[in-house]
Design a protein around this ligand. Structure first.
Ligand code: CP
Ligand code: NVA
Length: 302
């Protein structure tokens, strides 16, 4: 049976830890110039209905390093943009390529694509989740903190796709997560309820300093995600107090690390001083998208 990578809670802790092990191995091989052509002759189709720098480049380079090939397919240049249904795209793509990565709006569309494809489908971000980013984030935590366990994680900002993914990660990996959002911008209630059922330790607050106190990992994301551009002004007002800045870092653990999936809006959700400062690991985090996604692709398509 083919397997997909759509949402972290579809996978077990053991399976995700194996991805970290393979990521470590592939990263070391890449750094040492050792060949690791695990997907020799295979092709990944990459469907994009939203913009991307990291996701596009890391998947494409990752396929190349694994001995395969990647195709960039934007909605504006394919029939998808002219209304060809997902169910047809799924069956056509299954006849040509060995795996699909998709970045789009609705999680339901990605699930439909996966259901109707004969090949593995990877979620490269939806309005609901960004699971590849989460795996890269936790891999970065492991590199900087030796392991991801026994740490307190803090999310400050929007209850968006990244916040939902952190809640899923807290449910699967079992760490403590504190989420501070403005009232009215909480994460998806269904995601929160499912995590609670799974026994996740997640605390929700409207107080960023309370969430950050003593935390070892601080994390944020843009105030307005892709597709919410027209809400930017209104969100700037609502989120004015939800910034990772010197004051927030000062109440966190003195050895804390700061994550941001990027792209960042400096001096909005994070100050330039913090993102450029000694706690920030955002470029290691961006690099790790490559290594972790290679492990995900090799696990699904290899
Ligand atoms: N973090 C992330 O997914 O970046 P891109 O939007 O550039 O792909
Ligand atoms: N929450 C952001 C993440 C971008 C990588 C967005 O969806 O636009």
């Amino acid at each position: 049976m083919k397997k997909d990578f759509l949402c972290l809670t579809d996978w077990t802790l053991e399976e995700l830890e194996k991805i970290f092990d393979l990521s470590r191995e592939l990263k070391a091989k890449q750094k040492q110039g050792e060949e690791h052509r695990l997907l020799q002759g295979q092709t990944l189709g990459m469907l994009f209905e939203k913009s991307s720098t990291r996701t596009r480049v890391s998947f494409e380079v990752g396929m190349y390093q694994l001995g395969g090939h990647a195709l960039f397919l934007s909605s504006s240049s394919t029939q998808m943009g002219r209304g060809e249904p997902i169910k047809d795209t799924a069956r056509v793509m299954s006849r040509y390529v060995d795996g699909i990565m998709i970045r789009t709006f609705s999680q339901a569309a990605v699930e439909e694509l996966a259901r109707l494809s004969d090949i593995p489908v990877i979620n490269g971000l939806t309005d609901s989740y960004h699971p590849c980013q989460l795996m890269a984030d936790l891999f970065t935590v492991i590199e900087h903190k030796t392991n991801y366990r026994d740490l307190t994680y803090c999310w400050i900002g929007d209850g968006n796709n990244m916040a939902n993914s952190w809640i899923n990660a807290a449910a699967v990996f079992g760490f403590e997560l504190r989420i501070a959002t403005p009232a009215g911008y909480e994460p998806d209630p269904q995601v929160m309820a499912r995590a609670e059922k799974m026994g996740a330790k997640v605390i929700y607050t409207n107080d960023p300093l309370e969430a950050a106190r003593g935390a070892q990992v601080l994390n944020t994301d843009v105030w307005a995600s892709m597709g919410q551009e027209e809400e930017q002004k209104e969100r700037e007002k609502a989120f004015a107090n939800f910034q990772i800045n010197g004051q927030v870092v000062a109440v966190a653990d003195p050895e804390c690390i700061v994550l941001h999936c990027l792209p960042a809006h400096r001096d909005e959700e994070i100050t330039d001083e913090v993102i450029e400062g000694p706690h920030s690991v955002v470029f290691d985090e961006a690099e790790n998208r490559l290594h972790v996604q290679k492990a995900i692709m090799a696990s699904l398509m290899g």
